[in-house]
Design a protein around this ligand. Structure first.
Ligand code: I3S
Length: 128
């Protein structure tokens, strides 16, 4: 049987490496601290894991390891935010709770795919 034969396991939409910094927590501005992050979009959640390259030699098993943080995309807002950084290809994700993240990739196709995939999930949740 398939791993999701009970239909209860949310679908993996996308996973990959992006640069990430949190810039606000509950509406309060934070100091930027860019770091590579392994980003996983499953169901309604965007999860951030440590960069696989910084994992130890036991290997990288995101399925078995705990995310550093997780974002509920319901009611979230997504917008391009190149004015908020000297880096190229930056977008901002704001949660209903007022947490704000910047996500970035030097590769145009990578960032546009992430943007449209996250936007699709946000739209789907808005319609529910
Ligand atoms: O928006 P800012 O303050 O120019 O962001 C830069 C700083 O956070 C900087 O760290 P310091 O706190 O040591 O100044 C970072 O190294 C830069 O990456 C930040 O700017 P960019 O343009 O990379 O988002």
């Amino acid at each position: 049987s398939s791993p999701d034969s009970d239909g209860m396991t949310p679908e993996l939409e996308k996973a990959g490496l992006l640069n990430k910094t949190k810039i606000a927590e509950g509406g309060r501005k934070l100091r930027k601290n860019w770091n590579p992050s392994w980003v996983v979009l499953v169901g309604n959640s965007l999860m951030f894991f440590k960069d696989p390259k910084t994992q130890n030699s036991d290997g990288w098993k995101p399925g078995n390891s705990c995310p550093e943080s997780s974002v509920d995309l319901r009611g979230a807002q997504l917008q391009w935010a190149n004015e908020l950084s000297s880096k190229k290809n930056v977008f901002k994700l704001r949660t209903v709770t007022g947490n704000e993240f910047l996500l970035q990739s030097d590769t145009d196709s990578v960032i546009t795919e992430w943007y449209s995939t996250i936007q699709k999930v946000i739209y789907r949740l808005d319609k529910e």
